[in-house]
Design a protein around this ligand. Sequence first.
Ligand code: SF4
Length: 374
Amino acid sequence: MADPLLEVRDLHVNFDTYEGTHEVLDGVDMTVEKGETVALVGETGCGKSVTGKTIMGTLPRPPGEIVSGEIRYDGTDVLADQAVHDRVQRERMSMIFQDPMTYLSPVFTIESMMRDVVKYHDRETVTWRDLLSEFLQRSGEEDDDIRKRSVDLLRRLQIPDPEGILDRYPVELSGGMRQRVLIAMALINQPEFLIADEPTTALDVTVQDQILKLLKERTENDDLTMLYITHNLGVARKIADKIYVMYAGSIAESGPTETLFDAPLHPYTRGLLDSIPKLTGFESEGIDGSIPNYTDPPSGCRFHPRCPAYMEGTCDGVNPEPFDVDDDHEVACYLYEDEPSTSEAMEIADTEIQYRRPQRAKARRDGGGDENGD
Ligand code: SF4
């Protein structure tokens, strides 16, 4: 097995707002090996982007606060020293953000922004004096090279007329084009570690497919390691070697991609899979309820108010630790606290989770509650 490039241990992050303290990350654990693509999957609001920003060192503080935990990048504890974290981020990491308009300046052309990203990405600060002196000493050869690299990258991201796009401003581009420009900016310096936060959500499925292929090609050919954040399990299956399923600030289940699809164990993972629209005409079951309020999260397992396998007196006590089911397959759920084999665990899941689902759906259809009192 390769060395871990990134290790996140027991990471707790709070946000202080006028409503009170939101306990958003509740002990996140994650390992990303060199050259691997790992997907972080979960519903909107479950803490995926906060995890990505904390790893990247761009968590807004305040209101965000890293309460405890460890993030080791290539063996270095980056949370111990902000200057080290900033340097690692500038020199070795890159991030694709969800909302392109927030991250693209409306007053510069795409070419000008691409050039600045190439020239200044590893600088701690850039002053007006630096910009002026760079401008006066500008070499046409260097600019031509950056333009050529930009055109090449934009073309591979399926942007029509990449030469023309470089001379335009973000407001002149559609949302999908802006997103692809942002992806190009994140890739142009060939980072070692990329955090891609829902990078294809704004794109249509054919372009999405091309971009997933390009990212996959980069991870295979350029030694790129990637943390891919998405709510879409289908996308995660296409791109990731390993999946972490996140619920309300902690990891519910993790394992190699195919293992997770062949043997999903956590009731939340099963609910997410059930929520994928089917073409067979059967009604999808989905998950009742929504992500909890982080100022007053449920006790014990945070999923318990929505869980079809909830066990009173057990699940609402202490948040379960991850239990090993198989090599690299972990699930944080009391159903598996005896650490059964995969086949035994599947039997438990089929009995305790799927078995109750029809009863729950029927109770809902009949207009009543169910055995959990929902
Ligand atoms: Fe459901 Fe209990 Fe497992 Fe949480 S620990 S997912 S409430 S069975």
